[in-house]
Design a protein. Structure first.
Length: 604
């Protein structure tokens, strides 16, 4: 333990252990001083209070979280739209008791909401917190959403990103709350028998719809309260806490009364990014040269290994549009006993990501140019997709009402096989014909990393429009006239949302440039005149197959999809799982819980 502080400590007499402790202490003080400005800026929103040093000691107390009485605050049900790069995470959804090797997005969102004191779960597990000091370590394994009116729109897999993920949650509000009149009903509410929306104990009844409406309405507040301008800075406070690759983009102050992020969503949009060529081609005739486009009855088109037939993929996309049974384009989740695999697809296409305006195409607009004197850059020359001089980037763009487990990645995998010429576009309608092919062939699905949940759309069914009907308040919105002066309060400017994302982009852009420069250097070095005019006498029978990701993989002689082994039918798989002890025990627990709820409702 470190020696007590004096006016002039004699470090020569200190032990090695005491000196190390003293150095560690001073480093901690230095870090706290650097973070003091940001901490003070958001303390009003997060209620995080630094504790000063105890006089006469060399010990600095850690930051603690002030307890908040939820009954003193109004609450409101809001929607949050956020984005994340999923490579560092174990998917979006968190399952209590399942200790994943990587954190989940849901875990990070829950931690940020708790640290900002925006939600008050009914209980906190001892494994998750240290009394008076906040979260233990960097992981939280038990999330408690009870009484938070929580819902989530999409459940992306490990490695998958999202740019328009949405959750609904009941949060603390800055709306002033007056002391209610002492009546029989108010006393009854205060004792927890009814009318409480967010509580600190599990023995209080969750809020009913009427209670939620009353809490959101704010009948006991001043008339001049503005529920956007005067509200807590939800977006800014959360972005101050979340990791830099998770960013809250907007919040919706007034979702519909029956809003559920999952069931209210009418359309989900995905994009799967890939390069052309898909992987590095081999020069000359040394590579595996295939004849593509034969299935379309046109002249043979020689495509070297690595290049994709984009037109064939575009032709195949058309078969996805409409209502189809996609059981042969998904992974069956027997635990859910799904029997309906029909889904409606609004749109499916292969689109070029134009390098002249993506990414950061906004830099070409007048307000971002270095000088007003610079004329707008116009390149009338179109991109030659048939013979590009540099690698191009494409997306498989998909809009649908809902999707099955791993459906998008299965659809992309088949499109890549078509693009490589080993399958015909006619394989799509063949797999969609479940009366003819009720058993799914065991083909590999595409990689997860290039997949993005692009947007979640909450349209108004009565209007017939597919446009999003939620009124989002985005970061930097002028309606938020009272932002705190802390980090990340604005869309632009120092430490704003765009500034933060620029840092992420710049880092990865430099990685791209350096890796590309190294590859060009390697290709240019040494012997370059080695291309053979004739193919080698002995060629390899193994062909590289691209399934997304970063490279093609050798898999021996390619076996067509319809000749691969097939899984059992969905009915057989569901029946097999429903007879397991695990499923029977789950059904018994579910029945017991429903019985308990019925008894509670009957007693009320």
């Amino acid at each position: 333990m470190a020696q007590p502080l004096t006016e002039s400590p004699n470090y020569a007499k200190w032990s090695t252990t005491s000196l190390i402790n003293r150095i560690t202490e001073l480093e901690s003080q230095l870090r706290d001083q650097k973070n003091q400005t940001t901490t003070q800026a958001i303390s009003s929103a997060t209620n995080v209070l630094p504790i000063p040093a105890v006089p006469g000691t060399n010990e600095l107390e850690p930051k603690i979280y002030r307890d908040i009485d939820p009954s003193k605050y109004h609450t409101r049900h809001i929607a949050l739209k956020f984005a994340y790069l999923g490579q560092r995470y174990n998917g979006f959804e968190h399952t209590n008791g399942n200790k994943t090797p990587l954190p989940t997005i849901e875990e990070e969102i829950w931690k940020a909401l708790r640290q900002a004191r925006f939600i008050f779960p009914a209980s906190l597990m001892e494994d998750d917190v240290v009394p008076g000091r906040g979260f233990k370590g960097s992981r939280v394994y038990t999330l408690d959403w009870e009484d938070c009116q929580y819902s989530k729109c999409g459940r992306t897999d490990k490695g998958v990103s999202a740019f328009g993920q949405v959750i609904g949650v009941r949060v603390r509000s800055a709306r002033p709350k007056r002391e209610p009149k002492t009546t029989a009903s108010s006393v009854e509410t205060a004792t927890g028998t009814k009318g409480v929306s967010i509580n600190s104990t599990k023995n209080i009844t969750p809020p009913q719809s009427a209670d939620i409406k009353e809490s959101d309405a704010g009948d006991e507040v001043d008339d001049n309260w503005d529920d956007i301008r005067d509200e807590l800075p939800y977006v800014q406070a959360l972005n101050n806490i979340l990791p830099p690759d998770i960013r809250v983009l907007a919040w919706c102050p007034h979702p519909p009364a029956d809003f559920d992020a999952r069931f209210s969503c009418r359309e989900r949009q995905y994009r799967y990014f890939f390069t052309q060529p898909a992987f590095s081609p081999t020069p000359g005739n040394l590579g595996f040269i295939r004849s593509a486009a034969q299935h379309r009855g046109i002249a043979k088109k020689k495509l070297r290994e690595g290049w994709l037939d984009i037109e064939a993929m575009r032709e195949a996309c058309k078969y996805f549009v409409g209502t189809h049974d996609f059981r042969n384009f998904c992974k069956v989740d027997t635990s859910k006993q799904i029997t309906n695999f029909k889904r409606f697809i609004y749109h499916a296409s292969i689109d070029l990501v134009d390098p002249r305006c993506h990414p950061l195409g906004h830099l070409g607009t007048p307000e971002f140019r270095p000088s007003q004197d610079i004329a707008e850059f116009k390149d009338e020359k179109s991109i030659n997709e048939d013979s590009p001089s540099t690698p191009l980037v494409y997306t498989f763009t998909l809009h649908g009402s809902a999707f099955l487990w791993h459906q998008v990645r299965h659809m992309v995998a088949v499109l890549f096989l078509i693009g490589q010429g080993v399958e015909s576009p006619s394989i799509i309608p063949e797999l969609l014909d479940v009366s003819k092919n009720p058993r799914k062939p065991t083909y590999d699905m595409a990689s997860d990393a290039p997949l993005v949940l692009w947007d979640c759309v909450f349209s108004d069914q009565q209007s017939g429009s597919r446009e999003d009907a939620l009124q989002w308040v985005y970061c930097g919105d002028p309606r938020q006239s009272n932002p705190s002066p802390g980090k990340g309060d604005n869309k632009f400017g120092p430490l704003g949302l765009v500034d933060n994302l620029w840092s992420l982009w710049s880092q990865r852009k430099m990685d791209e440039i350096l890796a590309g420069a190294l590859m060009d250097l390697v290709v240019s070095q040494g012997e370059t005149n080695f291309i053979q005019n004739e193919p080698p006498k002995k060629t390899s029978k193994s062909q590289k197959i691209f399934n997304g990701g970063n490279e093609g993989k050798l898999g021996g002689v390619y076996v067509p999809i319809m000749q691969k082994p097939k899984t059992d039918t969905v009915e057989v798989q569901n029946a097999r799982y429903s007879s397991t002890a695990k499923y029977i025990a789950f059904q018994e627990r579910k029945a017991a819980k429903l019985k308990e709820q019925d008894q509670e409702n009957g007693s009320e």
